[in-house]
Design a protein around this ligand. Structure first.
Ligand code: GLC
Length: 425
């Protein structure tokens, strides 16, 4: 039933697109789209893309992108440097438009104005020099996942501050270990030296009122006591409520521990909701989602993340690739990805959709977390963002691993950022 209505819809879309002269439906093409590599990505990216290909007479191939955003970018930069036509539709991180701008096609001639229906801030993020370099696909913000059953068992409230989180995590960890679960941990997050740590560390720092590393005017703000305090606070979790292994954890490592029932709290993105609530999940029905805790004197802060679909300038089938990107970012596909995969839509209208909200209550309850999310300084630092982020995650990793104090790390980082900025951002 679903397949039938989907393919009818897909055919209608194709017919309409042909009628307004934007689709490459008339000429069969072999298109490659980059999709994430975990099971959910395959189902919700590859699945939809392949169905669109069949309905439109194109062959769609999948390029399985590395799970880490950092590795993914490195590989794409190699592809683009070689002007390779291997990938047509590219999934790009919200922090990449400024980095990849010279390699991406302006989608405006192909969008039929569809971007006007997406969150304006994301469209603005993806628009450089008047060119729309990516269609918004899904939006992310850091969330605190907690075990409802364990908070009840230990008579604890959902923690609102980092201190309360540390205390609750410790109490639950001690209790569960004593009850025969030696591998149980209080809190898991992304502490590996990569882009995900930049997202976590920005949340700690912003939630302590320590700014955003580089402000919107391009001024380096990281060397301040609140930022140092935030990093020191996180370092205090290591070996106490978080396993030392967290220093090497990305999203899926944290989710692995959490979903097998071995953590009380986890920081992760929305995609982890549908997986933890799946029928085969040991913690199904026992979890909740809340805003991340606040630091002393700070305000709640979730890092803004998310992905866009772009078209490579070196594609040999730009029109067909653009049509695929438009289809994948349409309300119809975003709705199914939200209902089944808990990917937050980039279309405000879908936040009123009863099916989406029934499957993901947090999307409505935590709407301000998404609308007020803190952006990484990618727009202002442009091409230099990867260097800025690497310097930031290295500094944060040094503090987490006990190599340096927060104060030393932010001072050193300021010097590094000044050198990176030397000839301007
Ligand atoms: C998520 C976010 C992305 C971020 C990445 C870091 O995929 O959507 O913006 O860069 O995590 O690991």
């Amino acid at each position: 039933m679903q397949t039938t209505s989907f393919s009818i819809a897909a055919r209608l879309t194709a017919a309409l697109a042909t009628a307004i002269g934007i689709a490459g439906a008339a000429q069969a093409a072999t298109l490659t789209i980059s999709c994430g590599s975990n099971a959910a990505d395959l189902k919700f990216c590859a699945g939809f893309a392949e169905r669109w290909g069949k309905a439109n007479g194109h062959e769609v191939r999948i390029w399985s992108a590395p799970a880490s955003s950092t590795d993914n970018l490195a590989l794409l930069r190699q592809q683009f440097a070689a002007r390779s036509s291997d990938i047509d539709v590219v999934m790009i991180d919200i922090v990449w438009p400024g980095v990849l701008k010279d390699h991406l096609v302006d989608l405006k001639p192909y969008s039929g104005g569809a971007e006007a229906r997406h969150f304006p801030a994301i469209v603005a993020n993806n628009t450089i020099g008047g060119k729309l370099l990516g269609m918004p696909w899904f939006v992310d913000a850091g969330l605190l996942y907690y075990r409802k059953d364990l908070l009840d068992k230990y008579r604890l409230a959902v923690p609102k501050t980092w201190n309360a989180l540390a205390a609750a995590a410790k109490q639950i960890q001690d209790g569960e270990r004593a009850a025969g679960s030696p591998d149980f941990h209080g809190y898991v997050f992304q502490g590996k030296a990569y882009e995900g740590l930049s997202c976590n560390a920005l949340e700690w720092i912003a939630s302590f009122g320590g700014g955003r590393i580089v402000d919107e005017s391009g001024r380096i703000t990281i060397n301040n006591p609140r930022a140092a305090k935030a990093l020191d606070t996180a370092a205090g979790w290591l070996g106490s409520i978080s396993p030392p292994g967290v220093l090497n954890h990305a999203e899926e490592d944290a989710r692995g521990i959490w979903q097998t029932g071995n953590a009380a709290f986890m920081r992760n993105w929305p995609y982890a909701w549908s997986l933890a609530q799946a029928d085969d999940s040991p913690i199904k029905g026992r979890i909740g989602v809340a805003p991340l805790p606040v630091g002393e004197g700070g305000r709640p802060a979730a890092t803004l993340g998310g992905w866009q679909l772009a078209v490579s300038r070196y594609s040999q089938h730009i029109e067909a690739a653009a049509a695929l990107a438009m289809h994948m970012t349409s309300a119809e596909v975003q709705k199914q990805r939200a209902v089944e995969g808990s990917y937050n839509p980039t279309l405000p209208a879908l936040y009123q959709d009863a099916d989406i909200l029934a499957a993901n209550p947090f999307m409505a309850e935590l709407l301000p977390v998404f609308t007020d999310a803190v952006a990484r300084p990618a727009t202002v630092t442009g091409l230099k963002y990867p260097q800025v982020s690497q310097a930031f995650w290295d500094a944060s990793h040094d503090v987490l691993s006990g190599k340096r104090s927060g104060a030393e790390a932010v001072k050193r980082l300021e010097g590094k950022l000044r050198r990176i900025k030397r000839r301007g951002w």
